[in-house]
Design a protein. Structure first.
Length: 314
């Protein structure tokens, strides 16, 4: 039996040595063979050099280096495509995904009751309150308007059977939102709660605006509700316009003055124009996603690796 660990890395030179020592210590205590796939997502620091040094001293380590920064979703997909293990885990290198949970996760999978053991944070200690508030609202919204089952506080850190990983790889869409994909494909998942852990070194790569964009991508990738909202807005404004026409006609017949002034006209034009632009923006987001899918560009391009049989483009 073999367990594969997929570790996306982007500018993690400070955290990598600490992570590798800890994960090797944990794997040494587990009765299973292992491989570690480090995916360098176009880092600009010494991440790649450190990965080469680690791989040179450990034949169970594979490093995959992208030609540029393709994003964490592409890095995880590259790992899923090249993992050989009967069990596959994905985790961050910053130690916010504690390697010490791996033995418990593996034990639960080997019991045969579950196909996946996923982690969720039960606290957000150390995280800005405004960011925590938006995160909770996001989980509430996406679970109401989509088919994806995403638990509040869910992390990408999870251990899965190979059958589940194969299903993920078959979903070859370019615009990827793994949290939604994990929930959409189904399979029996156990949610393992744990306390929030701070980064061991370095700085987070996710600021508020990147997280907001990621949330919007998740909604668009797994729900058509925004398009329905745009349609309902159009119907509502059409109904309002008919009421306005009727009001103007009545005022003309009764009072002989259908218009009070230009201010009200400008307000109405601005309101309708804003709603139109908002609806066009929603449709534009879906069209943009479709455009990227139709072009069928690769998810990632590998510039170098220590594994010869690796898929360089996928």
């Amino acid at each position: 039996m073999l367990i594969s660990l997929i570790v996306p890395c982007y500018n993690e030179q400070e955290a990598l040595p600490i992570f590798y020592r800890e994960v090797r210590k944990v794997l040494a205590g587990m009765d299973i063979s292992s491989e570690i796939l480090f995916v360098d997502d176009g880092s600009r620091d010494e991440t790649l050099r450190i990965l080469k040094e680690i791989a040179a001293g450990d034949e169970a380590v594979t490093y995959i280096s992208f030609s540029r920064n393709f994003g964490k979703e592409a890095a995880m997909y590259a790992g899923f495509c090249n993992a050989k293990g009967d069990y596959v885990a994905v985790m961050d290198a910053d130690m916010q995904d504690p390697p010490s949970l791996l033995p418990e996760m593996l034990s639960m999978l080997q019991s045969g009751e579950y196909d996946s053991v996923a982690t969720r944070r039960v606290t957000r200690k150390g995280e800005p309150k405004i960011r925590s508030w938006f995160a909770r609202r996001f989980y509430q919204i996406i679970n109401r308007i989509s088919d994806a089952d995403i638990v509040d506080g869910a992390r990408d850190f999870r251990l899965m059977k190979k059958s589940m990983v194969d299903a993920i790889v078959k979903m070859g869409e370019y615009n990827r939102f793994s949290k939604g994909i994990f929930g959409w494909i189904g399979f029996q998942t156990y949610w393992l709660p744990y306390e929030n852990v701070s980064r061991v070194a370095g700085e987070t790569k996710w600021n508020f605006w990147k997280l907001l964009k990621y949330a919007i991508d998740g909604v668009i990738n797994f729900s058509q509700v925004p398009l329905s909202v745009a349609s309902w807005f159009g119907m509502f404004m059409t109904f309002v316009s008919f009421l306005a026409i009727a009001l103007i006609v009545v005022r003309k017949l009764l009072f002989g003055d259908p218009v009070d002034g230009w201010a009200s006209t400008i307000c109405v034009i601005t309101l309708i124009g804003g709603i139109q632009l908002f609806c066009m923006g929603i449709m534009g987001q879906y069209i943009a996603k479709t455009y990227m899918e139709v072009k069928q560009r690769p998810h990632y391009i590998v510039s170098e690796s220590n594994r010869r049989e690796l898929e360089k483009v996928k």
